[in-house]
Design a protein. Structure first.
Length: 338
């Protein structure tokens, strides 16, 4: 009996020392998340940090793609020693891309692609896609591209060519590496799942039109498309929050995005539905079996007040550090690497 008790005591002590997320998921599953956390700065509001940590605790992702990050130091407010962080960490860029990988998954490498002035039209400043190699606990590899496409701020039709050029470059890059069958592209695309830039990424066809595809995707599958067909949104839902849980669905979102396709318009005056889906997860054909996506819209992602930022060229001034996690919602996807 004493030997049994000693063994149990040892097991309890051993488990207590293991980091959160140290056990692989059943059947080799991988839990992905993409999250634009809206001008996330160093010395962030403690309540905002707490909200984001609560989201991570409730969703339990293994790999997190992040956008709008000031620096690695900013992310270290959220991610503890059980995480590895990959980020360019440039002093000249205040809206960086990043990846966080929870142990026992391993971040093998992270590096930007399409560097240099030749690509500045498609990827302004230093927001080049971040190419990351992640190793699973059983030794398999997943290539993750973290993206943040050009916003529609200067006009949707005016900036469409920038997002479409970015999609074409990335589609060609992915297609040129057939030795990497397990690929995920995640981030804030600033376009909806059936806009032309996303159709270019899913088909690899530079001449494809926006709107519903006339043939099945060949290059990538957008796991957000079935959600978008049901008017699921990932940005702007916080404006409807009244303290109670909300489903991330706003009727008419897809229809209004299609109505304004190819137009320059004034936001929010010219739109009927302010909420839309910009945040998505795309996966290669090898990862589509059983893969599914969801949008987290728990209270932790919606409550609080938005901060205020003044942008003057490359100068960013944080006027007020709000406690709301973000104006975006995180998108999660569960995949299995064959």
């Amino acid at each position: 009996m004493s030997r049994v008790f000693s063994a149990l005591a040892f097991l309890v002590a051993f488990l207590a020392c293991q980091p959160v997320g140290s056990s692989p998921r059943p059947n080799g599953e991988v839990r992905l998340m993409t999250y634009n956390i809206e001008w996330f700065s160093e010395d962030a509001n403690p309540q905002r940090v707490a909200n984001i940590k609560q989201i991570l605790n409730e969703t339990k992702p293994d790999v997190v793609a992040l956008q709008e990050i000031q620096s690695k130091r900013a992310l270290e407010q959220i991610f503890g020693p059980e995480w590895q962080i990959g980020i360019l960490d440039s002093a000249d860029e205040k809206q960086e891309l990043a990846i966080a990988v929870r142990k026992p998954f391993v971040l093998v490498s992270s590096e930007p692609v399409f560097k240099g002035p030749l690509y500045d039209f498609a990827f302004p400043r230093e927001r080049d896609p971040l190419r990351c190699v992640v190793q699973t606990p059983d030794g398999k590899q997943l290539v993750v591209y973290v993206v943040h496409m050009k916003s529609r701020r200067e006009g949707r039709a005016t900036t469409d060519p920038m997002r479409e050029s970015a999609a074409g470059l990335l589609a060609a890059f992915v297609r040129s590496r057939p030795e990497e069958p397990s690929v995920a592209v995640m981030g804030d695309f600033n376009d909806a799942p059936d806009d032309r830039s996303l159709n270019i990424l899913t088909t690899g066809d530079l001449l494809v039109e926006g709107g519903p595809l006339k043939s099945p995707p060949r290059l990538m599958t957008n796991l957000g498309l079935p959600l978008w067909e049901k008017d699921t949104v990932t940005i702007g839902l916080d404006s409807l929050f009244d303290g109670k849980p909300l489903q991330p669905v706003v009727r008419g979102a897809r229809e209004d995005n299609a109505r304004l396709r190819g137009m320059d318009y004034k936001f929010p005056d010219d739109v009927r539905v302010r909420q839309t889906m910009f945040d998505q997860v795309l996966v290669s054909p090898a990862l589509t079996k059983g893969a599914k996506a969801e949008v987290y819209s728990g209270v932790a992602a919606l409550r609080g007040q938005r901060g205020r930022v003044r942008v003057d060229g490359d100068i960013i001034e944080y006027l007020e550090k709000g406690d709301r996690a973000s104006d975006h919602l995180p998108v999660l996807a569960t995949i299995k690497i064959p």
